[in-house]
Ligand binder design. Structure first.
Ligand SMILES: Cc1cc2nc3c(=O)[nH]c(=O)nc-3n(C[C@H](O)[C@H](O)[C@H](O)COP(=O)(O)OP(=O)(O)OC[C@H]3O[C@@H](n4cnc5c(N)ncnc54)[C@H](O)[C@@H]3O)c2cc1C
Length: 326
């Protein structure tokens, strides 16, 4: 029986992606529940610093594969390399994030290895030593239980924000170098360059506090009060889709199934009804506060604190109260 969970590390320009830390937190907890080790797999060229960063977490070990053909992520190169690591290390689970890298690799790797794959996983439980994963279907309206069957490794990709990056426990892990064989002709897709699309530099997925406004604000000018509240809290501004469709805010601020999936420590939803497509993007937030005049608005189903009142009265008062606290 294979005896470890390997988190496949996502990194760029020496920066480790946030979902990697979410997956480390998952691997530590799942590993402890199964009595097996959690480790990380770093693939790259000149990625020693990334491996050292992973080694500051409580992991059994960090595996480092250095190869010039892995300098940028290509499905061909990474899948060939990970397949060789699987042969050498026999992990029980390989864990990716359901993001651009995970979408490119997880299902394809599982097909290549002829192993089971569970994508977009947002939870798990262990029953009689078996791991049952959950994933949301129909925009999160239903949860489905999944059990990966057949030989290991089972390939998992996790939903953004489903596990909490801050829960990744610190520690000291040894780094072990592995070798793989890759040739120039293995790589059929060349990454020619990366072009930043972040006009205002907004990345809601890393924001700790978000104040989001919805159609209840009625018009763009009224967003000034959301800006004031966000400024008082040091928060980023988010929005529901109608706000973005109306052109009041840029697309990068949209939260939901066709926008960003966020998991801040605090999410304040102002004049947002809580349609399923919005909830999918923010229900992983640690604390949710909803301000809505309709007591039956579905946003209150996920809110930890609710204020049923007119937002035009509540938001300025809240901002003043926060400012008064200093
Ligand atoms: C394929 C698809 C993808 C989608 N993707 C997304 C997505 O990514 N993100 C997203 O947000 N939506 C998405 N939607 C749209 C989604 O279905 C909802 O239409 C949308 O979330 C509603 O936005 P809202 O809550 O701002 O507006 P509304 O549903 O109109 O809600 C406005 C709320 O404001 C409250 N309100 C009004 N006035 C006041 C006041 N004075 N004081 C207090 N409260 C007040 C009302 O009670 C109401 O609950 C998608 C839809 C589809 C079909």
């Amino acid at each position: 029986m294979s005896d470890k969970i390997l988190v496949v590390v996502e990194h760029q320009n020496g920066q480790v992606g946030r979902m990697t830390w979410e997956n480390v937190a998952l691997a530590q907890k799942l590993g402890a529940a199964l009595g097996i080790g959690a480790g990380a797999l770093v693939l790259g060229s000149g990625a020693e610093a990334v491996a050292r960063e992973l080694a500051t977490k409580k992991l059994a070990e960090v595996l480092l594969v250095e190869n010039s053909h892995l300098a940028t992520m290509t499905p061909e190169g990474f899948i060939k390399a990970i397949s060789q690591v699987v042969e050498q290390e026999s992990p029980r689970f390989l864990v990716f994030g359901q993001n651009s890298m995970g979408l490119d690799l997880a299902a394809r790797l599982a097909a290549r290895l002829d192993r089971a794959c569970a994508t977009d996983v947002n939870g798990y439980r262990v029953e009689d030593g078996k791991v049952i994963f959950t994933k949301g279907v129909y925009y999160g309206k239903l949860l489905s239980d999944l059990e990966c069957q057949g030989d290991a490794p089972h390939v998992i990709s996790t939903a953004q924000g489903a596990f909490v990056a801050d829960d990744a426990e610190a520690g000291e892990a040894p780094i072990r170098q592995l070798n793989v064989t890759l040739a120039e002709e293995d790589i059929r897709r060349k990454v020619l360059g990366l072009i930043s699309q972040m006009k205002g530099g907004v990345d809601l997925t890393v924001a700790e506090v978000i104040v989001a406004g919805g159609r209840g604000l009625q018009k763009q000018d009224n967003f000034g009060m959301i800006e004031d509240l966000a400024a008082a809290l040091g928060a980023e501004i988010g929005a529901s889709r109608p706000v973005v469709d109306a052109g009041w805010l840029s697309r990068e601020r949209q939260v939901g199934s066709s926008g960003q999936v966020v998991s801040p420590k605090l999410y304040i939803a102002v004049g947002i009804s809580g349609a399923m497509q919005h909830l999918v993007g923010m229900k992983g937030s640690k604390v949710i506060v909803a301000i809505n005049k309709d007591p039956n608005a579905p946003i209150f189903d996920v809110a930890h604190y609710g204020i049923v009142d007119d937002l035009f009265k509540v938001v300025p008062a809240l901002t003043e109260a926060i400012k008064a606290r200093g």
